[in-house]
Design a binder for this molecule. Structure first.
Ligand code: PBG
Length: 335
């Protein structure tokens, strides 16, 4: 550039937003959203066996692990500063009623007992309450003549939640989307004396194509039909507010929106309309997209990961369930 181009008269601006962006210390000082390792819940897949750690091809870095290996993974997770996990079970046998979900020696129940024994109060153990990983038809409730049975499903989710809490789970997270399950689970836990165990409700859970890799991992894809008669229509936002209102009335302590990134508007509306903590699930497909593009060298993995997580928090979620939890916590610790 020659002098005639740079030697211009200064603009008379009262406010110059760049003033707060030029100095890096000041930039950090005025940062509105700060991620922290304590925001994250790390999802884990627990399977039968010993010394098992199986890759999930569509979710690089995430494994199906037997309980012994999962304990090692929990220890590594704690070292990153993440103090919470959510457990999903992958049983060896599935049946029509998903009995593995509520058996006192089910895979998740045993994993919870082992985790609480090993880590006590250092680790918050959340359990997913759902039948789809345990039913041979892959639906989240029992099925008769091709119909999903709501109230029978609720009955089984109550048994599942209770058995998980009896095993030591700190928080239960119903993800089935049957009507009335939060209230019924609350009543079941209260009657059994577990009045202080919180419910993290998957309240606005959409029928999303972003769950694909999870269903590979958990072998939980429906064998017939789809989940659109119980999970929400991605086109609906008002319906999410109704679901959240119902769950809060029924006793949900934390409400969740799932998936996260395609539903940031829902997270924000829930945050603005209710006064309970909001969680968001940055789901398997959201994770897989970043991993795949990064592997191609098309995007910067770490920056896209942090920008995504920051946007979820900025939208209003104070709790984020994410497969990135360990990686993001490590980055945060390294500054
Ligand atoms: C169980 C459940 C699912 C997920 C969490 N709990 C799958 C589904 O509803 O099909 C998806 C999580 C993810 O994709 O990471 N109902």
């Amino acid at each position: 550039m020659n002098n005639s181009e740079t030697d211009v008269e200064k603009l008379e601006l009262i406010y110059r937003p760049r003033r707060l962006r030029i100095n890096p210390i000041l930039r950090e000082m005025v940062e509105e959203t700060k991620l922290s390792a304590s925001d994250f819940i790390y999802p884990m897949f627990i399977c039968e066996g010993e010394k098992v750690s199986l890759d999930i091809s569509s979710m690089p870095g995430i494994f199906r692990q037997s309980i012994d290996m999962a304990l090692k993974e929990m220890e590594a997770t704690l070292k990153t500063g993440v103090h919470s996990v959510i457990l999903f079970g992958i049983p060896d046998k599935k049946d029509a009623l998903g009995t593995g979900a509520y058996s006192s020696d089910g895979i998740v129940q045993r994993a919870v007992r082992a985790a609480k024994k090993a880590f006590g109060d250092d680790l918050l153990v959340v359990t997913d309450v759902c039948l789809c990983e345990y039913t041979d038809h892959g639906h989240c409730a029992p099925v008769r003549d091709g119909r999903i049975l709501n109230d029978e499903g609720v009955f089984m989710h109550c048994k599942t939640a209770l058995s998980q809490v009896e095993a030591g789970a700190d928080v239960v997270a119903p993800s089935d989307m049957m009507d009335g399950r939060v209230g019924a689970i609350r009543e079941t836990l209260d009657e059994a004396g577990f009045t202080e165990t919180p419910i993290l409700a998957y309240s606005a859970k959409y029928a999303s194509a972003f769950y694909g890799p999870f269903r590979d991992a958990a072998d939980s894809a429906p064998r017939f039909g789809d989940r659109r008669s119980y999970q929400m229509n991605p086109a609906n936002a008002e319906a999410a507010l109704r679901e959240v209102a119902l769950d809060i009335e029924e006793g949900a302590d934390i409400v969740m929106v799932k998936p996260a990134l395609p539903y940031l508007d829902i997270i924000r509306r829930v945050k603005d309309n209710f006064n309970v903590p909001v969680a968001a699930y940055n789901v398997s497909g959201e994770y897989a997209l970043v991993k795949a593009a990064a592997k191609q060298g098309w995007i910067d993995h770490d920056r896209v990961m942090m920008e995504s997580l920051t946007s979820i928090k900025r939208a209003g979620a104070s709790i984020i369930l994410t497969y990135f939890a360990k990686d993001a916590a490590r980055l945060l610790a390294d500054g």
